[in-house]
Design a protein around this ligand. Sequence first.
Ligand code: SF4
Ligand code: SF4
Length: 234
Amino acid sequence: MAPDKNIEGLAENWGADFFGVAELSPARDAILEQGGAVIAEYPRAISIGIALLDTIVDQLPQRAERAVAINYQHHGYDLINQRLDLISSRLSSVIQSDGYKALPVPASKTIDDEKLVAAFSHKMGAHLAGLGWIGKNCLLITPERGPRVRWATILTDAPLKVTGESMEDGCGDCQKCVEICPINAFTGQPFREKEAREARFDAGKCDRYLTRLEEQNHVGVCGLCLYICPYGRQ
Ligand code: SF4
Ligand code: SF4
């Protein structure tokens, strides 16, 4: 029996702009490898997303100005992640009170400093829930808001209705994110299910670039690969 409460309605009321439910069995091996058995035991994922403010994202080319970088770090990252975590926590409590298991996965916490991955890929959850495709910038691209969305996930055994299938790649010949990256972190390869992220993106390069900025007394913010995507750009 499905949970008593309207989970999607609650997520919307609490500020989620995107909501989806994914069946995880097609990605079981990848989930097990990334997060281990404690993560891979759940059959479904609830994906929630909050759209970033365009006023914040559109300033990113001026990120060398401290006020711009700090505002992006605060309003484009820290605060949105906290809002996502709060919604995930509240929804998990509701699901639990309906008699099911619910495990919120933090919006932005890596569990492996070398591979730079979270316990569960929020992008993959949203992709499997039919909310978008994985772009050449390795971000989830939604038709409505492009990559200008942050994501969180709740893993659950609640028998919620799955919302969609993986969306077809919409990048086509576009290479804008590949070309704008200041340290050439992308190979330009499109996403392929069975291929490791390294075939498309050197996450370590991006991380080291941001650390270098901090060491040079700048704010460690970039996001140009998110800013430039024609999807979601006004
Ligand atoms: S955030 Fe900047 S440095 Fe990192 S991958 Fe995107 S464009 Fe490249
Ligand atoms: S900028 Fe172009 S290639 Fe990159 S994710 Fe967006 S649509 Fe795809």
